[in-house]
Ligand binder design. Structure first.
Ligand SMILES: Cc1cc2nc3c(=O)[nH]c(=O)nc-3n(C[C@H](O)[C@H](O)[C@H](O)COP(=O)(O)OP(=O)(O)OC[C@H]3O[C@@H](n4cnc5c(N)ncnc54)[C@H](O)[C@@H]3O)c2cc1C
Length: 193
């Protein structure tokens, strides 16, 4: 897997490896198609067999911490593939909570795991994705379990900032136990931060 050798490096975007089959040389990603105003979204909406695409990576952002008493996972659709992979890798019986924002109930997906996972789906139900979505509010309303927790998140940058500030502040998690990342930035986000 490589970026194209000739023609220079084109525009690049981050996507989560959903699956990799070395035998078939097949890489699976799950891309949000959010309109034709983003190069990657436009590509995902029109890609055909035979189209060329360069790949660099992978670059892991999270490793499991078996000592944690519980794990919180937070995502919108862009972070959902990573959340699913992390949930799948959690130890059997490990207490975990996932809070996931999607467009509506049809966008829910199974989250197979051996962990004891409690999933809270939140729906935008017609509202646009971004900093004013319901995700951060739902996380702020959670009662954290007792013990030492860890948190991972991936979603819109301003929403993730609210989540991160809450977890490291009022929720009382150690800064290094919180890995909550902006996966994309809404055009209004500068105004909202
Ligand atoms: C580590 C990492 C892993 C990621 N994994 C995934 C993944 O598996 N699947 C996935 O879909 N995304 C994933 N993302 C997010 C993805 O990289 C961004 O959404 C990216 O901006 C899309 O590029 P684009 O060319 O379509 O839009 P851009 O050119 O970056 O942006 C153009 C416009 O589109 C808006 N926009 C960008 N993304 C969205 C969106 N999701 N919804 C609505 N508006 C948007 C922007 O605000 C901007 O106004 C990941 C990001 C990171 C950092």
């Amino acid at each position: 897997m490589a970026l194209p050798a000739r023609g220079g490096r084109g525009p690049a975007r981050n996507y989560t490896v959903g699956a990799w089959d070395p035998g078939a040389r097949e890489l699976t990603i799950d891309a949000v198609v959010h309109g034709d105003h983003g190069r990657a979204s436009r590509w995902a909406g029109t890609a055909c067999p035979g189209d060329a695409v360069g790949v660099a990576g992978p670059r892991p952002h999270w490793t499991a911490e078996p000592e944690a008493d519980w794990t919180l996972l937070v995502a919108d659709e862009t972070g959902l593939p990573a959340l699913a992979a992390i949930a799948d890798a959690l130890p059997a019986g490990h207490p975990a909570i996932a809070v996931v924002e999607v467009a509506d109930a049809a966008e829910r997906r199974p989250l197979p795991t051996a962990a004891r996972l409690e999933v809270h789906w939140v729906h935008r139900d017609g509202a646009p994705p971004g900093p004013r979505g319901p995700l951060a509010g739902r996380v702020l309303a959670l009662e954290p379990p007792p013990g030492t927790g860890r948190a991972w998140g991936g979603g819109e940058a301003a929403a993730m900032r609210r989540v991160r500030d809450h977890l490291r502040g009022p929720c009382g998690l150690a800064a290094e136990a919180v890995s909550v990342l902006g996966y994309w930035k809404h055009r209004d986000t500068d105004r909202w931060e």
